[in-house]
Design a protein around this ligand. Structure first.
Ligand code: HEM
Length: 527
């Protein structure tokens, strides 16, 4: 606008000058030249204050309007912005950036402005003080495909629909009472895994694979009423998780969406979505036809279908919405739990002292019984500390789930425009040396006499997020993890196979796994 004004002013000057000159050119050329030069001088000098005033106005307007006090940004490349700086471990790359640029960084990933928060204060501002402003989720290509146009809980836009489906999760699917009601499923599946290990009789046990099967089986039985432990379903679930962690060019540079088509990502996503949809259609048909289920034997699909029939939400819960919610339970509840168990065992194998201490606690509590029960868990502080320390060091979703601001807002003195995507680097905050002593070391003891927990009130420890968008599955996840880990160390002495220690490298993706499976020999503990 101010640029236009300046140019308009110059153009007018030149026009006036040239027109007056044309008239004068009929007279003497010399007189014409001197008049022309005189006119120019007069015009330039008389308009100088005006030009200066315009320039000052221009710089004022652009500094207040375009150059707000934005958070610092690392230099970016044309088109891709800062995308090339994320590497294969974005949480680590962003931690390094925060050390240079501070706790709030504004990146441009393709054409998308992305705010990265890497300190307790920044996380608290986003997830508590201004939680409402940051309660939206951004539109993401692949999740949108997977979750029936983002009609699930985790990726749906903030608003009445999200409020209704989140309350279905909190009040009906993952409530205290409901989680308790599936205790027998957890017991049976844990026992089943232990029998599998026992049968291996000293030969190599792939614990990573067993833990994935265990969490899949628990979720399948709780959500669908029966196990689906064939290879086909396991692969489908794995492909879905991989897709969620995939980088989609179109989500960041819409004009290059064709790259996703060319690379086969879209085709692959469509195929997986179609296969999962056929599976879920079969599950729903089965549940609709099998009406006579007693209250005790109800699984989560029964509960959702009942909510649909009774119109609890105040609007008709469409079939796609039901499928999207069921899918959320799978994607939210399987991978995250198995990966935290995997990391806990990996750390214990690398810290024999901690393993011994935990085993001691389990043996004292178990007192020779066949299994540690859920009632025992309350009296196992070291077990709880081990799992907390694992979630701190190996936050399963290191960058949580992206959020988006819905209005312009000031954050720690910076201006954050509406529509900015937000990543909270919970992993980096959990390793901040100004908060945690020896932050990179596995020290469960730090949680023994500490009130810090993971429920979203301590912003230095956010494995499940916080605020409105916080995880509704905490209780469900924690009881599985505690029960399984307690029984594993209660029943078995685990020893790594091979001479070398365990490779602790991470995979990339939405959840961070161990790159290599945990292969152990498991000998029964003599209690
Ligand atoms: C160790 C296990 C788990 C971890 C680490 C975990 C972590 C998270 C995180 C970080 C978020 C995003 C929070 C935020 O944006 O502030 C989230 C959201 C969510 N989680 Fe979990 N989760 C786990 C287990 C579960 C389980 C067992 C379920 C369900 C059975 C579940 C269902 C969900 C859902 C539905 C959301 C979306 C909430 C929303 O957007 O309103 N999670 N989880």
């Amino acid at each position: 606008m101010t640029d236009l004004t300046t140019w308009f002013f110059f153009a007018t000057c030149i026009y006036i000058t040239s027109n007056s000159c044309k008239v004068l050119s009929k007279f003497n050329k010399n007189i014409y030249r001197s008049i022309m030069s005189f006119t120019l001088q007069v015009l330039i000098f008389s308009s100088l204050p005006f030009i200066l005033a315009l320039l000052v106005l221009k710089s004022y307007l652009s500094s207040s309007k375009h150059h707000k006090n934005l958070p610092p940004s690392p230099p970016k490349l044309p088109l891709i912005g800062n995308l090339h700086q994320l590497g294969s471990s974005p949480h680590r790359a962003l931690q390094a950036m925060a050390q240079t640029y501070g706790p709030l960084i504004l990146l441009r990933l393709g054409s998308v402005p992305v705010l990265v928060a890497s300190s307790v204060e920044a996380a608290r501002e986003i997830m508590k003080t201004h939680d409402l402003t940051f309660a939206n989720r951004p539109f993401l290509n692949i999740p949108n495909k997977i979750f029936y146009a983002s009609q699930d809980i985790a990726f749906s836009q903030y608003g009445e629909y999200w409020r209704q489906v989140k309350s279905i999760a909190v009040l009906h699917l993952l409530s205290n009472k409901r989680v308790q009601s599936y205790r027998h499923v957890r017991d049976e599946e844990t026992l089943r895994m232990m029998e599998t290990i026992q049968k291996a009789e000293g030969s190599v046990v792939n614990l990573s694979e067993l833990l994935v099967s265990l969490t899949n089986n628990i979720i399948c039985r709780v959500a669908l009423g029966k196990r689906h432990d064939g290879r086909k379903f396991k692969k489908l679930l794995q492909q879905t998780m991989e897709l969620l962690g995939c980088f989609s060019v179109g989500s960041y540079i819409p004009s290059l969406r064709w790259v996703d088509r060319l690379s086969g990502l879209e085709k692959n996503a469509n195929a997986v979505v179609k296969e999962f949809d056929e599976f879920l259609e079969g599950v729903i048909d089965e549940h609709v036809n099998n009406k006579a289920v007693d209250v005790e034997g109800r699984d989560l699909v029964d509960v959702i279908l009942e909510i649909q029939r009774d119109n609890v939400t105040g609007f008709h819960l469409e079939r796609d919405m039901v499928k999207a919610i069921v899918l959320d339970v799978f994607t939210g509840g399987t991978d995250t739990s198995s990966t935290s168990l995997e990391w806990a065992i990996a750390e214990l194998l690398g810290h024999p002292h901690a393993m011994k201490k935990l085993q001691q606690e389990a043996l004292e509590i178990g007192q020779g019984r066949s299994m540690i029960s859920e009632d025992d868990l309350e009296n196992m502080p070291y077990l709880k500390a081990v799992l907390k320390e694992t979630l701190r060091l190996h936050t399963p979703l290191p960058l949580l789930v992206p959020r988006e601001s819905t209005r312009d807002i000031k954050l720690l003195g910076y201006d954050i425009p509406s529509g900015t995507r937000v990543l909270v680097n919970a992993w980096a905050i959990a390793r901040d040396p100004t908060i945690w002593e020896a932050p990179d070391e596995f020290r469960p003891e730090r949680f023994l006499n500490s009130s810090i927990d993971y429920k979203g009130f301590h912003f230095e420890f956010l494995p499940f997020g916080a605020g409105r968008r916080g995880c509704p599955g905490i209780q469900f996840a924690v009881v599985v993890n505690e029960l399984v880990l307690a029984n594993l160390v209660y029943k078995f002495n685990l020893a790594l196979m091979g001479e070398k220690g365990l490779d602790m490298s991470e995979t990339s993706g939405i959840t961070v796994h161990l790159k290599c499976p945990i292969l152990v020999s498991a000998t029964p503990v003599c209690s």
